[in-house]
Ligand binder design. Sequence first.
Ligand code: NAD
Ligand code: UDP
Ligand code: UDP
Length: 403
Amino acid sequence: AHHRAAFELAAVGSVGGKLPLGLKRKRLRVVVTGGAGFVGSHLVDRLMARGDSVIVVDNFFTGRKENVMHHFGNPNFELIRHDVVEPLLLEVDQIYHLACPASPVHYKYNPVKTIISFLRLRSSGSLNQLRFSNLASYTIIMFLNPLPLICFQLIVSEGKVPSMWLFKCLNSFVHKTNVVGTLNMLGLAKRVGARFLLTSTSEVYGDPLQHPQAETYWGNVNPIGVRSCYDEGKRTAETLTMDYHRGAQVEVRIARIFNTYGPRMCIDDGRVVSNFVAQALRKEPLTVYGDGKQTRSFQYVSDLVEGLIRLMEGEHVGPFNLGNPGEFTMLELANVVQETIDPSAKIKFRPNTEDDPHKRKPDITRAKELLGWEPKISLRQGLPLMVSDFRKRIFGDHSDSNP
Ligand code: NAD
Ligand code: UDP
Ligand code: UDP
């Protein structure tokens, strides 16, 4: 109970940001799980900039120390290597729960060739130490964890040696992180009376039969498909979040994030924006899957971070769609990338992956009305910011490594 009291004290000074003149806002203690990842690290930058005390919890599965290294040495910053599947004891006011292997792309691939090796490695950290060279075509490496048995599937795309983590865990790990990881963080929130924000996803709408998607839509998800560990994992995470809210009075917030891009995205994780940008920079053809007429809506990362903070600080549970309603076919996206990087870049068509949603576009009426939020950065404005970061990382110019 005293933790809850402490939180309320802190919250008085924070929620809504409206303070009587001269009153200083109390420093919040904030945990960001997955804070070394793409979205998490940008969120951490914003929280640090406003003077909060930030603890990043990450197992570096897809995240990188480089993303948060510029905060090392700051007494308000702490980085803990930890897998959220294991329980965690901390005393905090807010929990942003982002930890999740977040690129469903990899388990959608159909491997052509496979190399299987069995490594008795723990999940946390072990993958980061692996380097691959001279691997042609698709390669899958399976990691077996002794107890319980967890399989990891690692995919290296078409002769390209990935920077570090072109892999996809086999579905049990994605599901376990979403379910057990979320349960643990909710248990933590309950114990200390912290406010908990879940980063769910537009994937909960599956291959949507309603367009654009509003939060009231229950979705069209294949429960036994190749992407269902992610989609259903996040759906279960939402269920747990609402159960802890209703059953244990935990203060919760749910964001449903639509496709987001920006600096620090994994270069070779197979998502469409990172693929196209990396391909254009490397003078390779842009790989358009299927007929390229499927649509997505792309949001720049700073818009998302603004939405997440407003949601956490606001009074509404959600769920809230956080995405940019600007809708593009993959062919249109390829054209924007050509215009931005290299008008002579070629396009190569490839077979599409299984269960690929045909279209996706957020209805953000609810976020506009209740959070006063809407994205500000269009694809044509945001893409160049990501391109300069990718250029530096691909061609090795590290003069400004903290975009
Ligand atoms: P990311 O892969 O860059 O970041 C995820 C982070 O979580 C990584 O740092 C990873 O190491 C960490 N992580 C994974 N499993 C973990 C575990 N078991 N324990 C501790 N840490 C773990 O991905 P992102 O794009 O930054 O995504 C962040 C969140 O936003 C995810 O929950 C994702 O599902 C959600 N989301 C992202 C998008 C998008 O387009 N980027 C869209 C919808 C939802
Ligand atoms: N948990 C945690 N940190 C905490 C409190 C709980 O990681 O500070 C974990 C705990 O190990 C459990 C989960 O959160 O697996 C759910 O906790 P809760 O108290 O809700 O459930 P119970 O332990 O009673 O099953
Ligand atoms: N896609 C593509 N070329 C690529 C990678 C992906 O055309 O190199 C397509 C993919 O088939 C999907 C869309 O781009 O229709 C978005 O894929 P991504 O994996 O980025 O996101 P998600 O499917 O999770 O929305």
